[in-house]
Write a protein that binds this ligand. Sequence first.
Ligand code: TYD
Ligand code: MG
Length: 454
Amino acid sequence: MPRAERGYRCSACGWTAVAYVGRCAGCQAWNTLEPFAEAPRSGPAGRRPAAAAPARLLRLDEVEGDTAARHATRIPEFDRVLGGGIVPGSLVLVGGDPGIGKSTLMLQAAAALAGQGLRVACVCGEESPRQVRMRAARLGVAGAPIDLIPEPGIEAALAAAESAGVDVLIVDSIQAVTVEGLESRAGGPAQLAEAGARLLAFAKGTGTATLVTGHVTKSGDVAGPRLLEHLVDVVLYFESAEGGVLRLLRAVKNRFGATDELGLFEMTGAGLQSVENPGGLLLAPHDPAASGCAVTAVMEGSRPLAVEVQALAVPTALAAPRRIAAGIEPARLHLLLAVLARRGGIPSGALDIAASVSGGLRIRDTAADLAVCLALASAIHDRPLPRGMAFLGEVALSGALRPVHQLSRRLAELARLGLEAAVVPPGAPALEGLRLLRAASLAEVLEAAGLSRL
Ligand code: TYD
Ligand code: MG
């Protein structure tokens, strides 16, 4: 006997329950369960259901459309992260803290795209058209031919966009739009999931490049269901680097490009400026007498960036000393402290240690290992490292230095910034303008830097 399916389903993750509960056991979200009822399945088990109209088959080589054609925004750093521009028919999510610059970037992109003759419309759910106009005046693009859709209802907004035949649609923000016919509040999980699904259907159905902004929660996710991230083609996050004017735009997911590209912007009085050549911008102004500072170069996507690892060590008053890491994986910091103790003879069991990276960058590149170790050793000895010297190399558990990929590009960047010498793993090819000191192990480097065993 077929069973009628009814009960409660989580609008965020799809978990179902037979009775109502306040909290979803699947994703732990509160108040996301909604009643559902499905018609009973007909026919005896094992038999195929009555045939629906067969879906149409499509040969891959007969599919129309050239995915290589992108709308380049001509905002260099935005295009870099997008992988060259926005693909028509794609849905792009730009997440970030409130006030980080999402609306500013969207309006600048809208103006740039409209300036190329594309039809651009903005659903401005968060700001009135007057406020958008004021922002546009500040950005110097008040004359751009952008259509504003001051309509929070998603159906009406999409219908307007479709009848206008827009090439690019911007929705600012996903939390501010409402889905007609859904009881829950705007910005709630059910609304977000539904609005996301409608935007996706619109983007795919009409071939419109669709950009949507979303605020993030404290934990760093785009607020609401994770569903949104799976749904969209591209997820970008906007972050601020340590409260400075620098803004980092990171691709977390990109169906049409690399996810390791980083976009750098500076927030100025007239909007976001691309920082194509950060040079020494990420390097803190250097105090040669300060201990615990070591310069290195990390690759962010296709670009080498010079950064400084900073460390501080103080005697601890706790049984378990504290380890504070900003921009460095805590697990990596623990590992390197262990290598430093065992292979370099510099134990840190009685010290509280803090380590961070200049410019608010998060480093994932193991080529920075040697610089982290040297910054830590310098902090523990409270003795500065030689001036004008950079450190590159992955540190193995044995204390051996491992080669670094793209070494010559990193070294070229360091030379360009005026560094004089670099400690590198064995076998590194020579480079004009930079004195290379090849070392096979961490112990060798510590010895040469005068940071011997404690
Ligand atoms: P905004 O784009 O409104 O942020 P979001 O949409 O992510 O919430 O950015 C607002 C911040 O940027 C605000 O603090 C003011 C600042 N800002 C500038 O410094 N210069 C500018 O030209 C603009 C438009 C904003
Ligand atoms: Mg905004």
